[in-house]
Design a protein around this ligand. Structure first.
Ligand SMILES: [Ca+2]
Ligand SMILES: [Ca+2]
Ligand SMILES: [Ca+2]
Length: 414
């Protein structure tokens, strides 16, 4: 064996020797060493302290507070969950642990409500924080809520998540009910974070960027919902500010029911930034929809926006609080497949991102199946359930049961 292969083997051994999976389960009576579900840590902070680059943390459903764990100060607003370069944190495992994970049904919450007193003003200033972390930092499968910070727009930022010079991968997150002066749900200061499958719900900012504020951050945001976010000034959804020429991307995002108290748009962009908005729905917001400069393509924008493939027609959401599409939505099969990032194969809730509704004409671009506009992909043929359909199904089922019964009886007696 050559020295090259020996070195390679040593290298692989060294890497694997350092990669540890840590387990966290708030339901366990007292925390252990954290190296199996049976010996889980009780607190996520203890796993974050133990983890080094290359390690993974798996978290069972339940609520975790940043002031809980060894060395943490109870009820201190400065306590926060800090991301680490090279450490992947996955929520959404069932209580007691299992190999299977479902972040939607096994709700795993990182909560800033550290006193559990119903008073938001004494909550964690930033529920999650990252400083100078690389793309190898991953946070995936959590609800992040109830952060609260007050002061000014320079420092009272990112109550839900504050990213500083950081480029982590953020996947499968619900960011809700956070309040800051700027960037209620999330604030990205520089860096190039990648955000996929994110719901920004009911966050607020006293000034700009209720859902998200990006400061010279060329982020990528895909398969996301912004609903019920409220800004005191501009950018009920997103506020983009930059000191240099950058082009953040917003792809397959749905924004509705957000508000900005002053005009400027639910996506507000200052000069210097060119926001690229693709396959997205911006509809039913207060304070304007999209401010210039933005390049918008294959999107539905209320009031219209100049650009290839854009529409200004009612996207027909299921309801004001359910932004999935009705079967008659003009967003179905109307996007541009080439605008979807490579590697994106599912929509916001895990359904196939490319699905052809055969009864809907393909008005988008690409080889069928054509991607829908917005965060959700319509899956089924548009056959609305009705009493008639249910009755027909009942009689078909009854017929099958009679046939099975007859067949069984024939066998038994035969
Ligand atoms: Ca509180
Ligand atoms: Ca489709
Ligand atoms: Ca079709």
């Amino acid at each position: 064996m050559s020295s090259y292969y020996i070195s390679l083997l040593l290298c692989i051994f060294t890497l694997s020797a350092h990669a540890t999976v840590y387990y966290v389960d708030t339901a366990i009576s007292s925390g252990g060493a954290g190296t199996s579900w049976a010996t889980s840590f009780k607190y996520l902070q203890d796993a974050l302290t133990a983890a080094n680059s290359g390690d993974e943390i798996r978290v069972a459903q339940g609520t975790y507070y940043p002031d809980e764990g060894a060395g943490k100060t109870n009820n201190s607003q400065g306590e926060t969950f800090t991301l680490k370069t090279g450490v992947a944190i996955y929520g959404g495992y069932p209580t007691g642990g299992s190999a299977t994970r479902n972040w939607i049904s096994n709700v795993t919450t990182l909560s800033g409500e550290i006193q559990q007193d119903g008073n938001l003003t004494n909550n964690s200033n930033n529920v999650v924080k990252a400083s100078s972390v690389a793309v190898s930092a991953i946070l995936d499968g959590f609800t992040i809520r109830d952060g609260y910070i007050t002061g000014d727009c320079n420092s009272a930022i990112g109550a839900g998540i504050l990213l500083s010079n950081s480029s982590p991968i953020l996947n499968n997150l619900i960011i809700t009910s956070n309040t800051a002066i700027c960037g209620g749900g999330l604030y990205a200061f520089q860096g190039t974070p990648t955000l996929t499958n994110i719901m920004f719900l009911n966050n607020s900012s006293i000034e700009g960027g209720a859902g998200m504020y990006a400061y010279t951050s060329s982020y990528t945001l895909r398969n996301a919902i912004f609903r019920g976010n409220s800004a005191g000034t501009s950018g009920g959804g997103i506020f983009n500010y930059s000191t240099s020429a950058i082009t953040p991307s917003i792809i397959n995002v749905t924004m509705s029911g957000n508000s900005g108290a002053t005009s400027g748009g639910v996506i507000y962009t200052t000069s210097g930034v060119t926001t690229l908005i693709k396959n997205s729905i911006i509809w039913g917001n207060t304070g304007g929809e999209i401010s210039s400069p933005s390049v918008v393509t294959y999107s539905i924008v209320q009031g219209g926006y100049t650009g290839i493939g854009n529409l200004s027609v009612d996207p027909k959401f299921m309801s004001a609080t359910d932004l999935r599409l009705q079967p008659t939505s003009p967003a179905i099969d109307a996007g541009n497949n080439s605008l979807v990032s490579s590697g994106i194969t599912t929509d916001l809730i895990g359904n196939p991102r490319f699905y052809d509704v055969t009864t809907v004409a393909d008005t988008g671009v690409g080889t069928a199946p054509i991607v829908d506009i917005g965060a959700y992909e319509m899956q089924a043929a548009p056959i609305p359930a009705s009493v008639d359909n249910k009755l027909a199904l009942f009689f078909v089922s009854l017929g099958i049961l009679v046939m099975i019964g007859f067949s069984a009886r024939t066998k038994l007696t035969g």
